[in-house]
Design a protein around this ligand. Structure first.
Ligand SMILES: [Cu+2]
Length: 435
């Protein structure tokens, strides 16, 4: 059912423009009114999909009409079970999730009524008029945790206005968006018997009805000989990991997953050459690759290309210093290296990674780094003709924190960001500054 929706997903951008331009028209209180319910929300650029009806509860009068419109990036249904149970519905041999039980625009009689698939993109709508007072709950047959209620009151009863109910919907949405923003974290790892490490990357998360189609972390830096294990943490969405998809081959298209790519392709060791592919990963399923050669390797989840779900594995020589800033790997590690017990970095690229900038003060022979609303001056440290700065001095001066992990050779820094509680700590020597 998901695969059929892909053609529609391509036009999702158009759908967003449409939705954001909808203006709720106020009707006089004495005549029948038309109300709008958003069926799901989504933001391809942010990689998010929220499987919720907005607002969750809609208050209307007898004779009013509700227009359900897909506001997200996945197909959904609007289904009033009425006199049936989910079991009844799915055990009926003539039942189809995709097809409406009766055409849009009908009157609700308290019995079973389903919109069939409402696809995003156009977006598809379904209209129902409610002649009789009552509280009617409904759900999505694809995501049965996705529920809403239409409360129909007698004419003249006091109900929240269109504007108030639209505001409630907005509030519900912003509540979900804010609790669910993905927090990048340093890649967690486990140590293997041979001394190599296996880093863990999350394939998207789901928190209540919010799905975030992202790799976390998006960039992971490992040493030659280390492995990466991807785990699908999302209960609703399958994912894939693909390196070096062959030119001209579509791993996923409008017809679904290419049959050659349903399962894994290639060995579990990767030197940067040849296809490596996980196959379809359902919740808690994993895929592990061992990286043997230094380089920068981009990969994709082709099931969520339209949401820009992709990541990068950077493989560095053994014992090379890695650097993170606010939970994100600094791609070139800002040339981080140890010099006489001080971790030195290229001040400008480190400042960039912290969301700030650096300027060289030739007179004072010092770097001036500004980030997090603060400025710190720190002496230049010249090694082989290049002027570095002490990472520790910069982070301290900006009011941040740092730690050195001797096992992963990672210098983790955090400046001006409240980080969410990290996932369970790996066996490591965080905070050990000896070198
Ligand atoms: Cu995916």
């Amino acid at each position: 059912m998901v695969k059929k929706s892909l053609a529609f997903l391509l036009t999702i951008a158009a759908a967003f423009m449409l939705i954001s331009s909808i203006v709720v028209a106020e009707s006089p209180n004495d005549g029948p009114q038309t109300w709008k319910v958003a069926v799901g929300k989504g933001n391809d650029a942010a990689g998010t999909s929220i499987d919720t009806f907005f607002p969750g509860t809609t208050y209307i009068h007898e004779g009013d009409t509700v227009i359900f419109s897909n506001g997200g990036n996945y197909p959904h249904t609007v289904t009033f079970l009425g006199d049936k149970s989910l079991g009844d519905v799915f055990s009926d041999p003539s039942f189809s999730v995709a097809a409406p039980s009766s055409p849009s625009g009908g009157k609700y009689d308290g019995k079973y009524l389903s919109s069939g698939f409402l696809f995003p993109g156009a977006p598809m709508t379904y209209e129902i008029t409610f002649p009789t007072a009552g509280a009617y709950s409904y759900l999505c047959l694809i995501h049965s945790f996705m529920k809403g209620t239409i409360v129909v009151l007698p004419k003249g009863a006091k109900i929240p206005t269109q504007a108030e109910q639209a505001a409630a919907a907005k509030l519900e949405e912003s509540g979900l968006q804010s609790v669910s923003a993905i927090v990048p974290h340093d890649a967690l790892y486990t140590a293997n018997k041979d001394g190599s490490l296996t880093y863990n990357v999350d394939l998207s998360t789901a928190q209540s009805s919010m799905n975030i189609m992202r790799m976390n972390p998006e960039v992971v830096v490992v040493s030659e000989g280390d492995s990466v294990t991807w785990t699908n943490l999302n209960p609703y969405e399958p994912h894939m990991v693909t390196f070096n998809a062959p030119k001209g081959v579509q791993v996923m298209n409008d017809d679904g997953v290419n049959p050659d790519y349903m399962g894994p392709v290639g060995s579990s060791v990767f030197d940067g050459k040849g296809v490596r592919h996980s196959g379809i990963l359902m919740q808690n399923q994993t895929f592990t690759l061992k990286f043997t050669k230094k380089g920068t390797y981009a990969y994709d989840c082709f099931m969520h290309s339209f949401m820009m779900m992709k990541g990068t594995v950077i493989v560095v020589p053994k014992s090379a210093v890695k650097l993170t800033a606010n939970g994100k790997a600094v791609a070139d590690a800002a040339k981080a290296q140890w010099s006489n017990g001080t971790l030195i970095v290229a001040a400008d690229s480190f400042a960039n990674a912290l969301g700030g900038k650096a300027a060289w003060d030739a007179k004072a022979k010092a770097w001036e780094v500004t980030a997090n609303g603060k400025t710190v001056k720190t002496a230049g440290i010249t090694v082989k003709g290049v002027v570095y700065a002490s990472a520790e001095a910069i982070v301290r001066g900006l009011g941040g924190t740092y730690s050195w992990n001797e096992v992963t050779k990672t210098f983790s820094t955090s400046v001006g960001k409240v980080e969410a509680t990290p996932a369970p700590a790996p066996a490591s020597s965080m905070g050990d500054m000896t070198h």
